[in-house]
Write a protein that binds this ligand. Structure first.
Ligand SMILES: CCCCCCCCCCCCCCCC(=O)SCCNC(=O)CCNC(=O)[C@H](O)C(C)(C)COP(=O)(O)OP(=O)(O)OC[C@H]1O[C@@H](n2cnc3c(N)ncnc32)[C@H](O)[C@@H]1OP(=O)(O)O
Length: 246
């Protein structure tokens, strides 16, 4: 949710400044805000051999331009909730002092303890792949990953797929089949693909497999994501979005 709020704010603000004043003003406008940046989607000592190997394989695929690595960023922009106020007029957003503590859920744990992941996007195939290692603080059944933690990562992967192809969104419906438990600290591959678009509704499929692809851990059946501000987002936009966050 945080990632989504953050993204909506940044994107909406970027659009409005870009259209009225041009991109130089856009960058200047953001430069006065206090932003802390670190790319969490790069290898760190907590990454297992499997995660590093997969990461390297996907980085290799990026060399011909078919896949893109999506960097992460940790950004604290106090006003990021404002654009949501305009969409959800009757909702009561959190107070300013609470906002300063806000951060994307999946990036809120210490290194290696929670969600370790990297995302890759294939524009032609409208696919997103997330390489995910769930750390010890995400335990559900003893020794296994919590289903809610996996749901979070599925939602995030679907979200990145949707935002990359279509624009800003909210998840309206998400059904997950848990087929085989995931050992804690192991690595899985979450693949999502845009299937169809009906008006503002985006249907994205998703499955979660073991590294050797032999085990299907989970799949999400016909999740529906609703686009808030329809816009065709190109990779250039995503880069712009990330550079604004830094
Ligand atoms: C690449 C790097 C980028 C930059 C780096 C940032 C990373 C970026 C990734 C972020 C990754 C985090 C991902 C977190 C994603 C969340 O966690 S979102 C939070 C959880 N979701 C929510 O809180 C949503 C709550 N629900 C709502 O706010 C509203 O119901 C919605 C979904 C906005 C829809 O409301 P609305 O705009 O008034 O639209 P409404 O007219 O009701 O419905 C539109 C259409 O959707 C359909 N619909 C509505 N609800 C449903 C439903 N439950 N089921 C099926 N259809 C439905 C309607 O029937 C309607 O269909 P049509 O009549 O058009 O055919």
């Amino acid at each position: 949710m945080d990632g989504c709020l953050h993204c909506v704010f940044t994107w909406q603000k970027a659009c409005s400044i870009f259209h009225t004043q041009g991109w130089k003003h856009l960058r200047r406008s953001f430069s006065t805000e206090k932003v802390i940046h670190k790319d969490h989607s790069l290898p760190n000592p907590s990454w297992s051999k499997d995660l590093r190997l997969l990461f390297d394989q996907f980085m290799k695929k990026c060399e011909d331009g078919s896949w893109k690595h999506l960097p992460s960023s940790e950004c604290k922009v106090p006003q990021r909730i404002h654009s949501f106020k305009t969409y959800f007029l009757d909702s009561k957003p959190v107070k300013e002092d609470q906002l300063s503590q806000a951060r994307p859920f999946t990036r809120s744990y210490e290194v290696g303890q929670g969600f370790e992941y990297a995302m890759f996007y294939n524009e032609d195939e409208k696919r997103t792949v997330c390489l995910f290692q769930g750390g010890p603080y995400l335990e559900g059944p003893p020794g296994f990953l919590h289903g809610g933690a996996l749901a979070t990562m599925i939602d995030t992967t679907l979200g990145v797929c949707t935002i990359s192809c279509m624009g800003l969104f909210m998840t309206a419906n998400l059904n997950i089949n848990f087929k085989s438990p995931i050992p804690l600290c192991s690595v899985v591959v979450i693949s999502s693909q845009l299937d169809k678009v009906e008006g503002r509704k985006v249907f994205v499929s998703c499955n979660v497999r073991s590294v050797d692809e032999k085990t299907l851990h989970s799949d999400a059946t016909d999740p529906v994501l609703v686009i808030l501000y329809p816009y065709r987002m190109t990779f250039l936009h995503l880069i712009l979005l990330f550079s604004l966050q830094r």
